[in-house]
Design a protein around this ligand. Structure first.
Ligand code: DC
Length: 222
């Protein structure tokens, strides 16, 4: 079973998806983390395309969801903290717009969900990666609400970035994600849309969990 949550950067997709996975006892897959890991390699390759593709194809990329943490390993090294840094956020949309990178990440994800029950979050999962997903959600929130949340998150991780910088980065990522030629961010027609601007975290987790339970888990048990 694959449930997907797509939406704008900072709309709360990953924290919500994780909490839902925890409540329902299913696996969580963070597609953004895989694009971030690719970006880590992009920077390691000094932003040199040829060198980057060489590194990308030779690296052993593994990931797992354990104890409420989505962990990414590159040749056995845990890069989960590094890939959340602002420097990665500044380059990730560009890397994620490369068709070769999208193909690479999509293949990793399709392979991973072959066995087990998953909830995954991203930008194009319901539209391009898993068009036949069992259930699709789309999360949105105002730019101010998203910037505030992301700023608090970064501050909690010890990064000193201003609220304005975070807001500008979110806006820039929104426009690149929506405008890119390959698999842009779109709202799938068959997605359940949830606007989290004025919702508390618990409310959004409850709403999504209830929809899943009503629409999927109940049907499966009948
Ligand atoms: O969810 P996130 O902010 O960690 O994602 C990082 C970047 O990866 C985001 O700016 C857009 C890109 N991304 C994407 O293009 N497609 C996805 N399915 C997930 C993320």
């Amino acid at each position: 079973m694959i449930i997907v949550i797509d939406g704008l950067s900072g709309s709360g997709k990953s924290s919500t998806a994780k909490a839902v996975a925890e409540r329902l006892g299913i696996q969580y897959l963070d597609s953004g983390a895989l694009y971030r890991a690719a970006t880590y390699l992009w920077l390691a390759a000094d932003q040199h395309k040829e060198k980057f593709f060489e590194i990308l194809s030779s690296k052993d990329i593994e990931f797992e969801y354990n104890d409420n943490r989505f962990v990414v390993y590159l040749d056995g090294e845990d890069v989960s903290i590094e890939i959340r840094k602002q420097q990665i956020s500044e380059h990730v949309s560009k890397v994620a717009a490369m068709p070769e990178v999208r193909q690479f990440v999509n293949k990793l994800m399709r392979q991973a969900v072959k066995s087990g029950h998953f909830i995954a979050d991203g930008r194009d999962l319901g539209s391009a990666v898993f068009p036949d997903a069992d259930l699709k959600f789309f999360m949105e929130a105002s730019i101010d609400a998203r910037a505030k949340r992301r700023h608090a998150e970064l501050a909690g991780e010890g990064e000193t970035v201003s609220l304005d910088e975070v807001k500008e980065n979110l806006k820039a990522r929104d426009s690149v994600d929506k405008a890119r030629k390959v698999d842009p961010l779109v709202k799938p027609k068959d997605a359940y849309v949830i606007d989290t601007t004025t919702k508390s975290f618990d409310e959004q987790v409850m709403e999504i969990s209830s929809v899943i339970t009503e629409r999927l888990l109940t049907n499966k048990n009948q």
